[in-house]
Design a protein. Structure first.
Lengths: 515, 326
């Protein structure tokens, strides 16, 4: 960085969550009157960095300087007070309150100790106008607004706090193109007014248009800072790559292409503006990965297959026959034979206070029951099989599953579904937050299940896993399949480039999502 | 959308409760042997106002996405206290009123402190404190008895200018000096925000704890005002377990009828007041039709079930089934 004295500096910031390093001695310098883009793949530390800046999490070590003097923030309110305002990816609006209530929420105007509704209305209208969103009525309830309008309210709310440093974390991801153009105008004006803007986005074209400086994060560190425009897209992708590749994956079987008939097929699946015309097919014995940046519709796609989403259009076929899956119960019925290993094992996968035994048999109770009563012998045999197959380490079957380690909890979730002997297995980022040893066992298990004839659809935010485990990877972007990578095409370079929806030179011709 | 339609949307729950009340009361007074007279209105008002105070109290807590199961016991405890203290000369009576209201505030503050700083679930915390408050009431009044300053009691339960029931006027005053300032204050908004989405409120730097604490404390105060009026109506104090619990449950019913969301963040005490008045009128309807009083709980229950079922229609709009459980 050159030019003006820095407005804000972070030096040697580290943050760990359990055993996972989110930030490792990261530095960042922010200057007034500029737009600074932060780039990095999933889990590179971007989100933790801004959470530290905005007072949401406290760093384990390191220091932050504002105007040359050291600061620390105990809460988001303290950071706001210092002039650092963040527009979070997960919205911070209060659904039951009106737009105007929300815009002034952190410091409403008061007269005689009570909120001055007229002044509030005026401030809200001003802020909305400044954000280019005068079409939103200040009295509308936030919960009645569509997502793109809420995002605009979020931006207006941030502006109403008169920030010196404004952080935008994927703030444009839900916006329409017309809104994005408006917001860009606003951001450029704010830059002229002397604000420092931190812009986190995965849209390379937005960064090219807006940013003055860029900083790339990788593995919790800032690995490069450069003036915007001084590096090609290809060079940027190279900077984002660079994790040590670990040889912990089982070998992929070499198979002739498309011998087996597809077990699971989707035709033109669309849902609620979040999924667009997704078609795919998976054969028995195949592990198909879902790639792309977090939140591009991967989770929704898995939920769509599993019968959770209402108003889904398109067709799902199992064994070549159209099926209608109206609920998770229907999806896991033997006729379909589907299982979903959920992402949040604590809420969607396990009943933490209940025993390992009870958790294991929940999903399979109908198969284990005779005339409504559970066949304890059959249950025990199946549980023994599963505990053996997955090598679940537990002090006993009758202790609460919450007492197990994260890795073993995840094994219980998987075992629970395997007790139904599913033919189609959907995995939603199953290795998040578990140790390397357990991960390795899961990779081997996945391959074993595939070899035994299961069709596996595997979403992971960890590119290594996609490269190591999958026969094919479908990369999603904005709820649509942007690219299919097969076999040796699955490289970190290709995954990141297609996740960012750019096509660097030197890559083979992109193959579209197959029918 | 036009300006007034936003206002209408915001007040829909309150207006619906108002409409239900008007319809019920019209049926009631039309079939009452005495017809729509000042006496009939006064009697109905005096009955309804007690539940209205307790329902207002419940509203404050429900807005924060909590629930106060001790509210009926605070009402009972303050009734017993008032039957000892609100007596004697003007000054002594005034002191007694302050002491009773102070006790209510304290009970509410204890609930709030346990829920907010002790991080206990409201339902558990208030079952426990409710038992404590009832225990205290029982010690104060092992058997029903006591007395109250009858001049004050008659003044507040009679009629102004021969037509306006004094208890209704008192209710209006309480709305103006407790509810309206709360609704318009920053802490009141914090209570709404915390009830609607606590994480979003935290991220926005809203004073969540102070807002919730204020809500619980004022709930105690409102229940005490109810307890005071109960004493004015009955001239005695009674540690009646069944009646305390009934007020707790009816307050929740009134709140729901009044368009206040049990999920928090939405609704108004005005709505809850009409909910309470409507609920009382529904109960009394049977009498004017000469039904056996045995039918009253069943009839009230069915009406309540119908009213709360209306709220479930929102579930039909949910597109992601996982949101049913949020």
């Amino acid at each position: 960085m050159d030019g003006a004295a820095p407005l804000f500096r972070m030096e040697g910031i580290s943050k760990r969550y359990g055993g996972v390093r989110a930030l490792e001695k990261a530095d960042l310098t922010v200057t007034a009157g500029s737009i600074h883009a932060i780039l990095g793949e999933n889990g590179a530390g971007k989100s933790t960095l801004i959470k530290v800046m905005a007072g949401v999490v406290a760093p384990d070590e390191g220091r932050m300087m504002l105007d040359g003097s050291e600061v620390s923030f105990a809460s988001p309110a303290a950071a706001n007070q210092a002039g650092i305002v963040c527009i979070f990816q997960e919205l911070s609006l209060i659904p039951e309150l009106s737009v105007a209530d929300n815009i002034v929420i952190s410091d409403p105007p008061k007269r005689f100790g009570m909120i001055d509704r007229k002044a509030q209305r005026r401030m809200a209208e001003e802020a909305l106008a400044r954000a280019g969103a005068s079409d939103i009525h200040p009295l509308a309830l936030v919960k009645d607004l569509p997502l793109s309008r809420r995002q605009m309210v979020e931006i207006a709310k941030a502006l109403a706090r008169k920030p010196r440093i404004l952080i935008l974390d994927e703030a444009t991801s839900a916006l329409t193109a017309a809104d994005v153009a408006k917001i860009f105008g606003v951001l450029k004006r704010l830059r002229e007014e002397g604000l420092a803007l931190l812009y986190i986005s995965h849209r390379m074209n937005e960064i090219a248009e807006l940013a003055d400086h860029c900083t790339v994060f990788r593995n919790g560190r800032n690995v490069a800072s450069y003036a915007a425009g001084s590096k090609s897209d290809n060079e940027v992708v190279e900077l984002m790559i660079g994790r040590e590749y670990s040889h912990i994956f089982p070998p992929r079987p070499v198979r002739p292409e498309s011998v087996a008939a597809p077990v699971l097929e989707a035709r033109n699946l669309s849902w609620s503006g979040r999924l667009h015309n997704i078609s795919l097919s998976i054969a028995a014995g195949e592990v198909v990965g879902l790639g792309g940046l977090d939140g591009q519709g991967q989770r929704e796609l898995l939920l769509a297959f599993f019968g959770v989403l209402r108003g889904l259009s398109g067709q799902i076929l199992v064994d070549g026959k159209p099926v209608s899956i109206a609920s998770p119960a229907a999806a896991s019925h033997d006729r379909v034979g589907m299982a979903l290993i959920p992402e949040d094992r604590k809420t969607e996968g396990l009943m933490l206070p209940m025993t390992v035994r009870e958790n294991l048999s929940f999903a399979a109770l109908d198969r284990l029951s005779r005339a409504g009563f559970i066949d304890r012998g059959a249950e025990q045999r199946l549980i023994d099989d599963m505990v053996g197959l997955l090598a679940i380490k537990t002090a006993g079957l009758d202790i609460p599953v919450g007492a197990l380690s994260g890795g073993n909890q995840q094994k219980v979730v998987i075992a629970k579904w395997l007790m139904r002997q599913p033919r189609i297995i959907l995995l939603n980022d199953p290795t998040r937050g578990i140790d390397v040893g357990t991960k390795q066992e899961l990779y081997q298990l996945m391959r074993k299940l595939a070899d035994a004839g299961a069709a596996i659809l595997f979403y992971s935010t960890d590119y290594d896993e996609l490269i190591g485990c999958c026969d094919r990877v479908l990369v999603l972007y904005d709820g649509a399949v942007k690219r299919q990578l097969v076999g040796a095409e699955i490289t970190e370079h290709a995954l990141i480039a297609s996740a960012l929806n750019i096509h660097p030179r030197g890559e083979g011709a992109a193959k579209g999502g197959e029918a | 959308m036009k300006e007034w339609r936003y206002w209408l949307a915001e007040q829909r729950g309150t207006l619906l409760a108002f409409a239900i009340f008007i319809v019920m009361f019209a049926i009631y007074s039309a079939n009452h042997p005495a017809g729509f007279t000042a006496n009939v209105v006064q009697t109905a008002a005096n009955k309804g106002v007690l539940l209205a105070f307790v329902a207002m109290a419940q509203t404050l807590v429900v807005i924060t996405a909590g629930i106060d199961l001790s509210i009926g016991m605070i009402f009972t405890l303050t009734n017993c206290m008032a039957s000892w203290l609100v007596i004697g000369t003007g000054l002594e009576t005034a002191f007694g009123v302050v002491a009773v209201l102070g006790t209510g505030l304290l009970c509410g503050a204890v609930n709030g402190a346990i829920v907010i700083y002790g991080r206990l679930q409201p339902i558990v915390a208030t079952i426990a404190t409710g038992a404590v408050y009832f225990g205290l009431a029982l010690l104060l009044r092992p058997v029903p008895g006591g007395s109250v300053n009858e001049d004050l009691a008659d003044f507040l339960t009679g009629r102004f200018f021969g037509v306006v029931p004094a208890s209704l006027a008192a209710l209006l005053v309480v709305v103006l000096i407790v509810w309206v300032p709360f609704r318009r204050s920053e802490l009141g908004r914090a209570a709404y925000a915390a009830g609607s989405s606590e994480t979003a409120a935290y991220m926005s730097g809203v004073p969540i704890r102070r807002g919730k604490f204020l809500a619980y404390t004022l709930a105690g105060l409102l229940a005490a005002i109810g307890g005071l009026f109960l004493t004015f109506f009955t001239y005695t104090g009674e540690a009646a377990y069944a009646s305390g619990n009934a007020y707790t449950l009816f307050s929740i019913a009134a709140v729901v009828l009044g368009g206040v969301s049990l999920f928090g963040g939405k609704g108004s005490a005005i709505g809850a007041i009409f909910g309470a008045l409507a609920f009382r009128t529904i109960g009394d309807l049977l009498f004017v039709f000469d039904f056996d009083p045995l039918w009253q709980p069943l009839f009230q229950g069915v009406i309540l079930l119908i009213a709360v079922s209306l709220g479930a229609f929102a579930l039909f709009r949910v597109r992601n089934r996982l949101e049913w459980f949020l």
